[in-house]
Design a protein around this ligand. Structure first.
Ligand SMILES: Cc1ncc(COP(=O)(O)O)c(C=O)c1O
Length: 376
């Protein structure tokens, strides 16, 4: 059996994110308290006192699945599977649609979960790329060249982690056309839809553009509720049923409280308030990050992310990105994600959707380490 491929970024974050003084590694915004969430619906924690802590319906209550389906054109409750985070939805999708020896093409850079799950399953993983010189647009010629009649699945992350790039309608159509030509599935990880920086329009889904799409969503990023551990997959009902059969082996179900609170958060009354809050964190934090980077002359080049609470920043110093991350953690107790975790050295992924004081102090800790680097 091939050697197990660990999820390098999540291993690093799991170990350190709750230990460091300043965690600038998270890709979502500063989370809400339970009271803040309930207040948006005119409720208080006491209103949860009667919730029976039973197993909820294992694929998600009908109320929740219908609520989620309402945000996807043409979807019904049967097109939604509720999972323990988008992490589980990605896992179930790969394990349902692919088998050892199959071929998949992943658009990179990308949150490396799908890549690692596919590798560990024995899938032949090819990559195509987003290109920095083109503002991180996907290289569609490369994608076309990499996709063959053997390709069973194309994986995209849109809006993209780590670059925050949102695909254009034309790019989405081109990817659908490339997939349709060979009958490949599209796995669309869309957990940052709703976390737009420059527009109030939620990034459109791949769902509904082609019959072989499974689209992932989550409460963790755009809604600021990662601790609910609620995610979902939206796709054809029979495919979701096969995924549900695997969900019975992984987690059975999310929790009753998560199901109920997610239904509340996704209600037409609360969801716009959550998205407005997320966008405010992103829009307030970004200028702090860019001002900080600009004050360091030619040390950093920041590509403006269109969505997500992260910037993928190229740095100009003679040090490997993992070595720099380790220095920052050990010397200043601040955590960032090294570009190495996305296969791109000399980049750092830094989060900015955080309270102003916390972000400012965290960035200042990075300065203290930069000052010790040769030539600076
Ligand atoms: C692109 C992407 N997909 C999925 C996940 C996992 O999210 P969840 O908390 O919903 O499991 C993350 C978390 O960082 C992510 O960035």
């Amino acid at each position: 059996m091939a050697e197990f491929q660990p999820f390098v970024m999540e291993r690093m974050m799991s170990k350190w994110e709750n230990v460091v003084d300043f965690n600038l590694s998270e890709s979502g915004v500063h989370p809400l308290t339970l009271s803040e969430l309930l207040a948006m619906a005119g409720q208080s924690p006491a209103d949860l006192g009667d919730v029976l802590i039973n197993y909820p319906q294992a694929n998600g209550t009908v109320e929740l699945r219908q609520t989620v389906a309402n945000y996807y054109p043409g979807a019904t409750a049967d097109n939604v599977l509720i999972t323990t985070g988008a992490a589980e939805a990605n896992y179930l999708t790969i394990h349902t649609l692919l088998a050892p020896g199959d071929e998949a093409v992943i658009l990179m850079p990308n949150y490396m979960q799908v890549w690692g799950i596919a590798k560990n399953l024995g899938v032949a993983v090819k990559t195509a790329h987003l290109v920095e010189e083109r503002g991180w647009a996907p290289d569609l010629d490369e994608l076309k060249a990499k996709v063959s009649s053997k390709t069973k699945l194309i994986a995209v992350c849109n809006p993209n982690n780590p670059t925050g790039r949102i695909m254009t309608e034309a790019e989405m159509s081109a990817i659908v056309a490339i997939a349709a030509k060979v009958g490949a599935w599209i796995l669309a990880d869309e957990v940052y839809a709703g976390a737009e920086r420059e527009t109030d329009t939620v990034t459109p889904s791949f769902y509904g553009r082609y019959d072989r799409v499974v689209a992932m969503g989550s409460m963790s990023k755009a809604y600021g509720l990662p601790g609910l551990r609620t995610g979902w997959a939206v796709g054809p009902a029979n495919t979701l049923d096969e995924m549900w059969a695997r969900h019975e082996y992984t987690t059975i179900t999310t929790t009753m409280l998560s199901d109920k609170l997610t239904a509340l958060a996704m209600s037409p009354q609360v969801r716009p308030k959550l998205l407005a809050r997320t966008r405010k964190f992103i829009r307030d934090g970004y200028p702090i990050l860019t001002a900080w980077a600009a004050a360091r002359g030619n040390m950093f080049r920041v590509f403006p992310p269109q969505a997500a609470a992260i910037a993928f920043i190229r740095y100009n110093a003679d040090i490997n990105s993992t070595a720099l991350m380790e220095k920052l953690r050990q010397q200043q107790s601040v955590l960032i994600v090294p570009g190495d975790h996305f296969g791109l050295d000399r980049y750092l992924r830094i989060s900015f959707g955080l309270p102003k004081d916390y972000l400012t102090k965290g960035l200042a800790r990075i300065d203290a380490v930069l000052a010790t680097l040769p030539g600076h």
